[in-house]
Design a protein around this ligand. Structure first.
Ligand code: AMP
Length: 476
């Protein structure tokens, strides 16, 4: 059976139409979830009725709640054993999923959600496992590691979720998933939910092996087309990087993710954009964790307009409120294009996608059209140049609304968000509306302040005190 929804608008049915407990509904209301997103409306009635599901949905569609609510409904909080396992392709995704499950679990007392990912030290994970958890969210490699050591047991499991199954397979996790499944109760004794942005043959094979009589939930692609405006521009190689600046200055999106096929292209693009006065940062594999965090903080707090990345560097990245995606190069892989496009237009918001294609890339564009089942919309680059030339009152290069100030001192110095907010508003008299996101890391605190007060805030903080102590502050 195929349940489908045209998802033409974001006014789905209310959560109250579902068989959910009152305290769960009240919690959803507190979170501001009133209507279901199309994927939730299509999958929750089936999943809450205990069916196995294959759901085609991407990040931003509200898919996490579409599997988190059923897995929570299956839980017995008084039983101290792992009853649900969510497998994700990356640490970043696993962390987001854990967060969302925790938020949705707030209706219930004391549901423990544990994240088990590679790259993190074993000891704290082992300690947490000893204390017991109801839900484990993790990457396949590390979850299998724990199963083989005997630090994790899945005998009491009643829900298995494979999230972003297509990407897990792309990343070579098929064997690990098979090994993990052998540690789970059989399909007759568990509910299995598979979510995937695309549905190639290898995902179909995975579903056939691990799901029992699954229901398929598919959303018509039209849904995305209505929210995401995708435009193609034909460019000569020599115009490509400059075209990105033209697009940004014309459409003026606050946050843009620009994808390049190579690291060198990323570096070149950042240099070109910076020379044009646009605040662009590169996210690449050579950054250490601290540098990576710093780049992501600046992008998330709206003090960087453009994040430039390769597909590998952007893997697992979750960015809320992304106005635009630019395909600086056309990827040779159609599925990668789908992933890129799916980064914008999340949870009902509209998104812009611009793709720059040279004559040599037209074959790739053809394959993308075939997959999307619609013709691409082409606009001439000259349209942007002409508009720029005509515009006497040009607003100048695109500028991000905020500036990041870095305070040298963080959690280790016991700085909390409230201390920074207090120093800026109570001590220095800035309006709270001028202050954006505050991120406290171990050794640094990043505060976003509105561009027009950035210099004054920098002087104020350097001359004043945070948590009763003088601090060193610099502008990033
Ligand atoms: P996801 O696709 O699961 O990553 O969800 C995208 C974002 O939408 C997350 O920030 C969710 O918290 C939010 N979200 C999910 N479902 C709803 C809903 N029904 N109403 C409002 N926001 C939602």
């Amino acid at each position: 059976m195929t349940a489908s929804s045209d998802g033409a608008s974001f006014t789905g049915p209310a959560f109250s139409t579902l068989p959910l407990a009152d305290h769960v509904l009240a919690n959803l209301q507190r979170l501001g979830y009133e209507q279901m997103t199309p994927i939730q409306a299509a999958s929750l009635p089936l999943a809450l009725a205990g069916k196995d599901l294959i759901a085609q949905a991407k990040t931003g569609s509200g898919k996490t709640a579409a599997f988190a609510l059923p897995l929570l409904a299956n839980l017995n909080p008084r039983r101290f054993a792992v009853q649900a396992l969510v497998l994700c392709p990356t640490r970043e995704l696993a962390e987001q999923v854990s967060q969302e499950v925790r938020r949705l679990a707030k209706a219930e007392d004391n549901i423990k959600v544990l994240t088990l990912c590679g790259g993190a030290t074993m000891r704290p994970q082992l300690a947490s496992l000893e204390h017991g958890a109801h839900v484990v969210v993790g990457t396949p490699g590390r979850v299998l590691d724990h199963l083989e050591r005997g630090s994790l047991a899945l005998d009491a499991l009643n829900t298995l979720v494979l999230d972003e199954a297509d990407r897990m397979l792309d990343m070579g996790f098929a064997d690990d998933i098979a090994a993990i499944a052998r540690h789970c109760p059989p399909t007759t004794q568990r509910q299995t939910l598979l979510f995937s942005a695309t549905y190639p043959d290898d995902v179909a094979r995975l579903a056939a092996r691990y799901l029992r009589d699954p229901q398929e939930v598919k959303l018509a692609e039209r849904h995305d087309a209505s929210r995401i405006r995708e435009r193609f521009y034909e460019v000569k190689e020599s115009e490509r990087l400059h075209a990105v600046g033209l697009l940004l200055n014309h459409f003026r999106p606050e946050s843009t993710l620009a994808f390049c096929n190579t690291k060198q292209q990323c570096r070149d693009l950042v240099a070109v954009l910076q020379a044009e006065g646009i605040v662009a940062l590169e996210l690449h594999g050579d950054l250490d964790q601290r540098e990576r965090d710093q780049v992501l903080v600046q992008f998330a707090n709206r003090s960087c307009s453009v994040l430039v990345a390769t597909d590998v560097a952007a893997r697992g990245l979750d960015i809320a409120r992304l106005e635009a995606v630019i395909n600086v190069d056309i990827t040779p892989e159609v599925q990668v294009h789908t992933h890129r496009v799916g980064r914008t237009g999340r949870a009902g918001e509209s998104g812009l996608v611009f793709s720059l294609a040279s004559m040599e890339e037209m074959g790739r564009v053809g394959r993308i059209e075939e997959m999307q089942g619609r013709e691409s919309v082409w606009h001439p680059l000259a349209e942007l140049t002409a508009a720029a030339a005509q515009d006497d009152a040009s607003p100048g290069p695109l500028r991000p609304p905020m500036v990041t100030l870095q305070i040298l001192g963080g959690r280790k110095e016991k700085i909390r968000k409230g201390d920074v907010l207090g120093a800026l508003t109570k001590d220095l008299g800035f309006d709270a509306a001028c202050i954006g996101r505050i991120d406290v890391n171990d050794f640094s605190t990043y505060v976003a302040v509105r561009r027009d007060v950035a210099d004054a805030a920098l002087r104020g903080l350097n001359g004043g005190k945070v948590k009763g102590r003088s601090v060193k502050v610099r502008r990033l």
